[in-house]
Design a protein around this ligand. Structure first.
Ligand SMILES: Cc1cc2nc3c(=O)[nH]c(=O)nc-3n(C[C@H](O)[C@H](O)[C@H](O)COP(=O)(O)O)c2cc1C
Length: 356
């Protein structure tokens, strides 16, 4: 690998990905061409429709673009198919280095509660300008809306903890040993109290025990309060990012990759503004499955109720179509940084064929 590719890809891998799965690999074809692939074998019940992966791929590509500008070049991209994108390095004079590129490595999800300070109109304006013209941002910051969103996230947690389809995913993604985890989520980054973390460890150690306990009424209530209700009420605002249906009636992979690039600019700009973010993506994905008639869990009734709650109370009143959404989350001024954070696997582990 050339030093130039090492510098660019070393930044790219700091893109976010669902459960820190890091679903990319890179084929280096020449000094100025690579193909970035999405790993399709990483599919699970959280990405049955690959929108989260396309978003991550877009974040990866945006990091490449920001890093390349620092080397006096730009990138040209072309989707080969839904899972591969070709990236060419092109010399370019007079490039301005975007100051948000300074935050590529320090940007990190914050799952704790934030200050309730509203997001200033000026900041919202600056954030909206980071999106392409076929995209829009919707903000939710009244107490009533925060509570309705909190209830939706709580329903999604109740559903996913009770779903037998998620046991292995949760068991594999949590890192109990390392506060800085290269390929998982450190338990310290989740926002659980010591007691809840211990109970979760005990449950996940045995699948039959976990499934038995998760059938009990009220089994998930403490987790819902700690992980969902408190953080969802204690933040600056919630947001939904979506395509404008009149301009982009049927978004494709290439559009979601563009959306991922915009989301990376959004998240880096938040970091620059000393704000933080946590996605609440599962509400969106599970609602999308129900909207599209996909049967993804035996807990079908709970999934239907989540969908009804989300669409009737949150999306329909704002005229947002679930089929056009691409990101959901909350932002705010952090109270403190989490003790643990996810790191990344070594750069060389992403390179599948280093022809150089
Ligand atoms: C498409 C997407 C969906 C995500 N969904 C969630 C989510 O629902 N809840 C959450 O706490 N974090 C979510 N995350 C954040 C990732 O877990 C996090 O970015 C990843 O573990 C890497 O950690 P870092 O952002 O601190 O580098 C999501 C990230 C992406 C890109």
């Amino acid at each position: 690998m050339t030093e130039e590719w090492r510098a660019i890809l070393g930044k790219a891998i700091w893109a976010a990905s669902g459960d820190n799965a890091q679903p990319w690999s890179v084929n280096i074809l020449s000094e100025d061409r690579v193909v970035v692939h999405l790993a399709t074998e990483k599919q699970n019940v959280y990405n049955l429709v690959p929108i989260p992966d396309w978003i991550s791929l877009g974040m990866f590509i945006e990091n490449m673009s920001l890093a390349t500008a620092g080397l006096g070049k730009r990138i040209d991209t072309e989707m080969i198919d839904d899972y591969q994108i070709q990236v060419d390095l092109v010399p370019e004079n007079d490039l301005v280095i975007n100051p948000i590129s300074k935050f590529i490595e320090s940007r990190s999800v914050n799952r704790l509660s934030y200050k309730r300070d509203q997001i200033a109109a000026q900041t919202k304006h600056k954030l909206a300008a980071l999106f392409d013209e076929d995209m829009e941002l919707h903000w939710f910051d009244t107490d009533k809306k925060r509570f309705q969103i909190a209830r939706a996230i709580m329903r999604s947690t109740d559903l996913r903890l009770r779903m037998e389809e998620t046991y292995q995913i949760h068991k594999n993604m949590l890192d109990w040993e390392n506060a800085q985890s290269h390929d998982g989520l450190p338990i310290e980054s989740i926002g659980l109290s010591a007691f809840s973390a211990k109970s979760l460890k005990w449950l996940l150690a045995n699948e039959r025990r976990n499934n038995r306990v998760m059938k009990l009424p009220g089994a998930t209530i403490f987790t819902q309060i700690e992980l969902d209700l408190i953080p969802a009420m204690l933040c600056g605002a919630h947001f939904i990012a979506s395509f404008k249906p009149d301009m982009r009636p049927h978004p494709q992979a290439v559009d979601y990759v563009r959306a991922g690039r915009a989301m990376q600019r959004f998240w880096l700009t938040l970091t620059q503004e000393h704000l933080c973010m946590q996605p609440w993506y599962i509400v969106f994905m599970f609602s999308l499955y129900v909207e599209r008639g996909m049967f993804f869990t035996t807990q079908h009734d709970r999934a239907q109720k989540l969908y009804k709650h989300f669409t009737q109370q949150i999306t329909a009143p704002e005229n947002i179509s679930v089929n056009h959404m691409f990101f959901t989350g909350r932002v705010g001024v952090p109270n403190k940084n989490p003790k643990g954070r996810s790191l990344r696997k070594p750069l060389d582990s992403f390179i599948i064929d280093d022809g150089l």
